[in-house]
Design a protein around this ligand. Sequence first.
Ligand SMILES: [Zn+2]
Ligand SMILES: [Zn+2]
Length: 104
Amino acid sequence: MQSIIQDTKECYLCRLEAERRGYFGTLPGEGLHKHHIFFGPANRKLSEKYGLTVWLCYQHHEGNKGVHLHRPADLSLKGIAQREFEKTHSREQFREIFGKSWLN
Ligand SMILES: [Zn+2]
Ligand SMILES: [Zn+2]
């Protein structure tokens, strides 16, 4: 399924940082990795199924500040994804599907 988090092919976290600095122009659309926000053996497939994926640049994916090495970045993205999912589902449904809630 298409991502429910973003519709432009660009690094999602570069976009957030750029907008925080007041930049709303275009960002590179190449060299990006597709990241499954709830990863791990079972959740990866579920992330794909429910569109909980984003494009990330190498640094934000596997670099030191990237979601696979930097827990705060991972958790903040999981929170964003769960909130987006809950626009069309309940928290109970999220828990049933993904095993637990990353929001309170
Ligand atoms: Zn990036
Ligand atoms: Zn990933």
